[in-house]
Design a protein around this ligand. Structure first.
Ligand code: FAD
Length: 409
């Protein structure tokens, strides 16, 4: 009799692929099944708005593992079909194909989908979202055919696609709903760096305005009407107004949902045999003493590892500060940390001799909560250590580029 548990992963993104890899690396040699809705083996999304969109990376380079890796490592891939229902009582999954599968332990890693714009004309041709490799390819083709794009939303996706569109030679107008791009993430002290970056590369930033209607001629979009009463002509529109966790399956199965699927520090949901990881997981972080949901690449990777181990009954957790990165034009940056509900009470700039190089620290009661290194490498780990140390820091020392960060620990 086979006594090894039957492990199933739903969602073929970063978190799902890394969980499968971890199960294998931890010595599990039973049956691992990974079900993914997309036609492709798991791939990385960050290049879709950067090098891949700009035609600088090949499709082969974005996959987490080459396709043969899965069979070679005991992972059975079922691609191109969504799981449509989950019955925790009988531990049965049903896929669109009608196939039913039994699991002993299940990982949900269904990621997010773009938030849809709900205004008249939003379904016209020439209106684009960016989540999948096909979306990126459609954008790349359209960039080569058109001259004017309006981008709705000035978050990471909006800014990265603006940079790619400028690189492709388009006229770019970026609609910023508030006072600055990324203000809710970086605050008013640091967000101007990104506003100036885009302005200096020729992007027309429109502030405190939103789209109230997308205008079309026959089926094709020709412009956008704004809340401030103006109208902008466009050959295409890109919408980047955030993402929504794909919790439908979990919600219908009765799992606890609150800003994603609620999980403990070991990524266990309200059902002890079901785990959740990546963009969908609203995870208890014992270091922070609260739940956080993180829509970033590193979180999906790290939680893939934790989920794989937890599915095998190990006492795994990862309480490192969140991490993400972006590349726009000639600016590359890494951000490490989590600003809590109390916010920050001080921002320290550590400016280097080369004015393009800077590290920013956000502090609360003298403790570093987050740090962002721009055009400087190999410091993210030091920033992480400063955060984890939770020690009060002298702002003058943090600001002084001649003092190594490691010496402040
Ligand atoms: C264009 C773009 C650029 C990004 N750039 C960055 C960046 O620079 N830095 C950064 O840190 N992060 C970036 N991110 C975010 C990062 O890619 C995500 O946080 C990461 O992909 C989350 O991984 P995941 O495995 O949780 O989900 P996903 O990658 O979304 O994968 C989930 C998969 O599950 C599938 N699925 C959903 N429902 C079902 C179902 N019912 N049945 C079967 N399969 C299902 C989906 O089709 C999808 O393939 C970017 C995201 C995008 C879209």
């Amino acid at each position: 009799m086979n006594t090894k548990p039957n492990l199933i992963i739903v969602g073929g993104g970063m978190a799902g692929a890394i969980a499968a890899q971890t199960l294998h690396e931890e010595g599990f040699d039973g049956k691992i099944t990974l079900l993914g809705q997309e036609q492709h083996a798991p791939y990385e999304r960050p290049p879709l708005s950067k090098d891949y969109l700009q035609g600088k990376a090949e499709r082969d380079s974005i996959f987490v593992h080459p396709v043969p890796w899965y069979a070679e490592h005991g992972v059975e891939l079922f691609l191109g079909g969504a799981v449509t229902s989950l019955d925790p009582a009988s531990r049965i999954l049903t896929a669109t194909t009608g196939t039913q599968l039994n699991y002993d332990r299940l990982l949900l890693a269904t990621g997010s989908k773009p938030r849809r714009l709900d205004v008249p004309g939003a379904d016209l041709d020439g209106v684009y979202y960016l989540r999948n490799v096909e979306d990126s390819e459609r954008l790349k083709i359209k960039f080569a055919q058109t001259g004017r794009v309006v981008i709705i939303g000035a978050g990471w996706i909006g800014l990265e696609t603006a940079a790619a569109a400028r690189a492709a030679g388009l006229d770019v107008t970026l609609l910023v709903s508030g006072d600055l791009p990324l203000e809710h993430v970086l605050g008013p002290e640091v967000a101007p760096i990104f506003a100036e970056l885009h302005r200096s590369h020729g992007v027309d930033l429109r502030y405190r305005t939103t789209a109230v209607e997308l205008i079309g001629n026959q089926r094709a979009v020709t412009g956008v009407a704004l809340s401030d009463g103006t109208r902008i002509d466009a050959d295409m529109i890109i919408i980047g107004i955030g993402a929504v966790p794909r919790t439908e399956l979990a919600a219908a199965a009765g799992l606890k949902i609150d800003n994603g699927i609620v999980v403990d520090e070991h990524l266990r949901t309200s059902d002890p045999d079901i785990f959740a990881a990546g963009d969908i997981a609203h995870t208890y972080n014992p270091r922070l003493g609260r739940h956080i949901r993180v829509e970033h690449w590193a979180n999906a990777r790290r939680q893939g590892v934790v989920a794989g181990k937890a599915m095998l009954g190990q006492d795994a957790l990862d309480v490192r500060p969140s991490y993400f990165y972006t590349d726009q034009y000639d600016l590359s940056m890494e951000y490490t940390g989590d600003i809590g509900p109390a916010g920050y009470d001080q921002v320290v700039f550590r400016r280097h001799a080369d004015s393009r190089e800077v590290i920013v620290f956000w502090l609360y009661e003298q403790r570093v909560q987050a740090g962002m290194n721009i055009n400087i490498w190999d410091v993210a780990e030091d920033i992480e250590r400063l955060i984890l140390s939770a020690r009060p820091m002298d702002a003058d020392n943090l600001a002084d580029p001649t003092i190594p960060l490691a010496s402040l620990l």
